[in-house]
Design a protein around this ligand. Structure first.
Ligand SMILES: [Zn+2]
Length: 193
């Protein structure tokens, strides 16, 4: 396959039924929402049925530049690092609350939960550490049972942990911050109640 600048002739298609046109406009709407939230290409490819070329064009149109090519590392480590863990936990608590209450499409729940996460973090004057793409990835890890929420034995808040965390002895990063952390703004302002 050689890349070419010349337009590729597409085979004649049978006229689309109204239903598929509707579906396509929904897919575009969804892609636009995701792009505006800051989603990277891997999210768009996973959550819409639009072609890669179509998504690239949409992305460029909305963001004004090409999407970054890098993939997120396939590792749960980021979510288990101290401050990152507090942000991830806050987001996941919000997501699970929304997911339980309303019958939302999973992407609607993700975008809603992410907006609420941003509001809460910004209200505390804290820089949001969790990107939209990371939030999406977190939900994938939870679906795959590679991460879950465990209740802290001290504060009773629920935090992102590995699935085999011993719940009887688990103490979260807010109750037991790393020695070098000192008095952090995050620990002071975020609450998972
Ligand atoms: Zn705690």
């Amino acid at each position: 396959m050689e890349p070419t600048a010349a337009p590729v002739p597409t085979p004649a298609k049978t006229p689309s039924a109204p239903k598929s046109v509707l579906n396509e406009s929904r897919q575009i709407e969804r892609a636009v929402t995701l792009i505006k939230m800051g989603a990277r290409m891997q999210v768009l490819e996973s959550e819409t049925t639009l072609s890669y070329e179509r998504l690239i064009r949409l992305y460029k149109e909305i963001v004004g530049k090409s999407p970054s090519k890098g993939q997120l590392p396939f590792s749960t480590d980021w979510f288990l690092t101290w401050q990152e863990n507090i942000h991830a936990s806050l987001f996941l608590n919000i997501y699970e609350y929304l997911d339980k209450g309303a019958s939302l499409d999973s992407i609607d729940a993700l975008t809603k939960a992410y907006k609420l996460y941003l509001e809460q973090v910004e209200a505390g004057g804290i820089e949001p550490l969790l990107s939209f793409t990371r939030a999406w990835r977190l939900l994938k890890f939870v679906d795959a049972a590679m991460l879950e929420l465990t209740t802290c034995t001290r504060c009773k808040g629920r935090f992102v942990t590995e699935p085999y965390e011993n719940a009887r002895h688990f103490v979260c990063g807010m109750c037991n911050p790393p020695a070098r952390a000192g008095k952090s703004k995050v620990a002071g302002s975020l609450s998972l109640d």
